[in-house]
Design a protein around this ligand. Sequence first.
Ligand code: EPZ
Length: 421
Amino acid sequence: MNSYIVRGGTPLRGEVTISGSKNAALGVIAAAMVLDVPSRIENIPQVADAEIQLEICESIGAIVHRESPGTVTIDPRPIRTSHIETDKVRNIRASYYLLGVMLGKFGEGSIKMPGGCDLGTRPIDQHIKGFEALGATVTIEHGMIRLSSAQKLHGEHLFLDQGSVGATINIMLAAVRIEGTTIIENAGKEPHIVDVANFLNTMGANIRGAGTDVIRITGTPVLHGDGMYSIIPDQIEAGTFMIAAVLTRGDITVRNIIPHHMEPLSVKLVEMGAHTESGDDWMRVWTDDNAELSAAHFKTMRYPGFPTDLQPQTTVLLATATGTSRMHEDVFDNRFQYVDDLKMMGARVLVADRFAIIEGPCPLTGAHIRAHDLRAGAAMVLAGLYARGETRIDDSQIVERGYEDFIKKLTALGADIREVE
Ligand code: EPZ
């Protein structure tokens, strides 16, 4: 187990280049397995989750060349089985994307039930609903999900009951090669869903409407395109640094971003008293020295609403704002488990079901806490950067899963942070 040691109180100032989107990379790596030719993918973040997804692909025969940091070539032609036995799938939830790949390509497949961050119940009923609509038979036994299809799979018009990033991507990966047209209503609109669709279209697929509520996929029997793609910047990494700028009362420019993706956050930071300016691929976020921030109310929603993956980081920010703030977590049913650690630092937060009421400002003080999950762990780092004194955050390896060069980037901005065994 590793730990971060953080000493707080220094406003973070400077520039940071944002890496490729972890959640887009996990989908695009799986999508590369749907193709009939090799593909070259750039700007993959150097994080454990992406490496694990690549290793899962290799475990069933794909050939992965790691050409340079962030650039890989994936050749799916040698895939020898549709049954994924490796236990690595238990480390990342997105491993289940390979089910959609196998169903579309081979008409069958199996994989161990996925792992992933503990954010409450994380069912996969919408994934199963989609696969069954396409004609698959889905059974769950001995901890495995098995897909089979007695008859030929066919395109379908289906409605998702629950907005789901994963189900939208998984059904897309299955439908892209199935004869006929599949229409997904109530589809997710997140940037990483659009990235997977754009990658597949670059490789000869016919997917229309990604980024809207209705995605139309016309099955294409053979997929071979020009084989090159670059992953979009990570909206959540960028948002984490933008929040760090406001929290520490500093001044940070995040570079290599898509400013439009940051608007659900930037408009709220300005509402609290921060300042922003942006260009084609950058945004500067700062506050007046020792600024007094205003309390605010947030509700997490599917894109383009406020992202749930920035909820813990924002709750920490609200603890330093003046007044009573409210955070309504409307995507996951148990995503406030980190609040107990935050209260050990002096925060005044009341959690009731999916609501947190935050009283501020609180002069947070350093404590010995832990990273409960990826985004909560990043939020604890932010809390340590604000708090007086030293904060020790155990299980820091959880944070490294989703933030490339996190220590290096923070240190370059003036943070006093190191990682110890
Ligand atoms: C993706 O998870 C992300 N992970 C999560 O980011 C992110 O928090 C989430 O989308 C929401 O934006 C990846 O992309 C790898 P969902 P996913 O299916 O696909 C319910 C991070 O830190 N639901 O959109 O699992 C579900 O329980 C991670 O990078 C069903 O009810 O999220 C949740 O309440 C954490 N049935 C809601 O929908 C289903 O079949 C949204 O889940 C599927 C989901």
